[in-house]
Design a protein around this ligand. Structure first.
Ligand code: SF4
Ligand code: SF4
Length: 157
């Protein structure tokens, strides 16, 4: 089952130039479309998964939605099939709310980072922390070069 928008919760990312779900979807599936409220006939812009059969269920839109307005089924490796999951992403942790198919609700909180946002040292643990520019045409990554990883010096046949 692909991700789907709970229209009652979605505010269309009001005030943003692009909705969060449109920004994050790696398959460009999310769109903003007019939605008619069946009880008031009011027309509002809401996010929608416009091509559900193409959805990878990658959870990106589900996690980024600021209104927790996107839902998706649970992966079978953390809850039995037939459930529904809604995450709430914080600055250092994520809270998963799982609604099991029998109606039970459980919440799990996990840390998502060990370093404060914006303070990651991308060269940590790789020697001097410098890439050797003279070796730029060699295959491999600068982190492999700096750490002396022999794979960085393998020359293709
Ligand atoms: Fe609606 Fe959430 Fe998408 Fe924003 S990110 S448009 S609130 S579904
Ligand atoms: Fe796109 Fe992933 Fe959301 Fe599916 S679950 S609509 S692929 S972001």
């Amino acid at each position: 089952m692909p991700s789907f928008v709970i229209t009652e919760k979605c505010d269309g990312c009001a005030g943003q130039d692009k909705t969060a779900c449109m920004y994050i979807c790696p398959h460009d599936l999310m769109a903003l479309k007019e939605h008619v409220d069946p009880s008031t006939n009011e027309v509002k812009m809401k996010g929608v998964n416009q091509e559900p059969v193409q959805c990878w269920e990658c959870y990106n839109c589900v996690k980024i939605c600021p209104q927790q307005a996107i839902s998706v089924r649970c992966y079978a490796d953390f809850a039995p099939l037939g459930g529904e999951v809604t995450p709430m992403l914080g600055s250092d942790s994520i809270m998963w709310t799982v609604k099991f198919r029998n109606g039970n609700i459980k919440r799990f909180k996990f840390p998502v980072r060990t370093v404060e946002a914006g303070n990651v040292d991308i060269f940590a643990g790789v020697g001097e922390g410098k890439a050797d520019v003279a070796r730029i045409k060699e295959p491999g990554l600068c982190t492999q070069q700096a750490s002396g990883d022999p794979r960085a010096t393998i020359t293709p046949a």
